[in-house]
Design a protein around this ligand. Structure first.
Ligand SMILES: [Zn+2]
Length: 117
């Protein structure tokens, strides 16, 4: 009987089987059903020892890719830019209010205290 190196996925916790390719070590899903489909569309179960990559079945697969890190980093920058934009909008609103007040006709109630003119 063949023995596979197994462990639980650090993301989703499901069992995975480890195997090696010519260039890397890959996680496989021992539970996912795998089928062989012929040209007529007829499906039969794949032979024992056939697996689907766990990256296809793991709900946390995006945690293990470089693009996920890049996306997270890009999202941080987007959040920071949104915050900058919000602050600038507040500043623009204050300046607009300042302009509106300067243009508004003087009112008795706006005069500074002690201004007798
Ligand atoms: Zn997983």
């Amino acid at each position: 009987m063949t023995s596979f190196q197994t462990s639980d996925c650090r993301g989703c916790g499901k069992p995975i089987v480890w195997a090696t390719t010519a260039t890397s070590k890959i996680p496989l899903d021992p539970r996912a059903a795998v089928y062989v489909v012929d040209r007529a569309g007829m499906a039969t179960r794949a032979p024992d020892g056939t697996f689907v990559t766990h990256f296809a079945t793991c709900r946390d697969a995006n945690k293990f890719t470089k693009s996920a890190e890049t996306k997270a980093s890009a999202q941080d920058e987007i959040d920071a830019l949104r915050e900058d934009l919000r602050k600038e909008r507040d500043e623009v609103a204050k300046l607009r209010e300042q302009v509106r007040r300067s243009k508004a006709p003087p009112s008795l109630f706006d005069r500074p205290a002690g201004d007798a003119s």
